[in-house]
Design a binder for this molecule. Structure first.
Ligand code: AP5
Ligand code: MG
Length: 225
């Protein structure tokens, strides 16, 4: 399966990406996480990307394309992948299609996980991440002692540098201007599937999974003929 997850900041791309990865055994690749790892380890890409992330702006297309191309070329991606946060511009979407066409592959489905801007701001304000294992929490549902440590590993919880309200508003504007056209790009040839993201996590996943099972069934039918 080769899938793309689209949606406003806070829509649940990371949350759904993890669930899909768990069920279908393909890697969940978050371009934002790749960039945050590069920033934390001080690589050249990380140094260049840091100020863009802090401002809530996109890193340059060439950097994002190179980073994701390298990642999907690794051996764990042979059976497919879930891209979360990439492509984020039409230029990135075209570059991805070109790269895949060279090896006779394509993006099979793009999901637009839809939430309102108000819900996005609220979720971002209440999100916390584990510094150790990367688990994502939502303060309203968080149940551990003091809300200070991760349920999985006891690691310290922190707030992303771009999760301030001001930066979140910039990210929403950037999404509407630069990423929204990507929805149109995938809808033109029937690859876009719209999902109501403003429901409990399990219900959102059930909708996504309905389409994924159709994809899996079609593949099995193709193999049988
Ligand atoms: P990125 O890391 O991709 O951030 P984003 O798109 O802003 O999305 P988020 O990670 O904030 O939200 P999400 O949709 O993953 O939601 P989550 O599942 O965590 O990008 C960060 C930055 O990197 C960009 O601003 C840019 O600078 C740079 N960048 C990245 N990719 C790039 C690219 N391709 N090109 C250029 N620059 C790039 O959920 C949010 C919260 O809500 C969590 O707390 C979660 O627990 C909770 N939640 C999830 N689902 C539900 C639900 N159904 N109900 C209630 N709560 C829920
Ligand atoms: Mg995310």
């Amino acid at each position: 399966m080769r899938l793309v997850l689209l949606g406003l900041p806070g829509a649940g791309k990371g949350t759904q990406g993890e669930l899909i990865a768990e069920k279908y055994g393909i890697p969940h690749i978050s371009s934002g996480s790749l960039i945050r790892e590069a920033v934390a380890s001080g690589t050249e890409l990380g140094k260049e990307a840091d100020s863009y992330i802090r401002r809530g702006e996109l890193i340059p297309d060439e950097l994002a394309i190179e980073m994701v191309s390298e990642r999907i070329g690794r051996s764990d991606c042979v059976q497919g992948w879930i891209l979360d946060g990439f492509p984020r511009t039409v230029l990135q979407a075209i570059a991805l299609d070109h790269r895949l066409a060279q090896i006779n592959l394509d993006v099979q489905m793009a999901f637009d996980i839809r939430i309102s801007p108000g819900e996005a701001i609220q979720r971002i304000a209440k999100r916390r991440m584990c510094r150790n294992c990367g688990a994502v929490y939502y303060l309203d549902h968080y149940r551990s002692q003091n809300g200070q440590v991760c349920d999985n590993c006891g690691g310290e919880l922190y707030r992303r540098s771009d999760d301030t309200e001001e930066t979140a508003r910039t990210r929403l504007m950037v999404y509407m201007k630069q990423t929204h056209p990507v929805l149109h790009y995938y809808s033109m040839d029937g690859r876009l599937f719209s999902i109501d993201g403003q429901r409990p996590i399990a219900e959102v996943f059930a909708d996504v999974d309905y389409y994924l099972q159709r994809l899996a069934d079609a593949r099995r039918a193709g193999e049988a003929t």
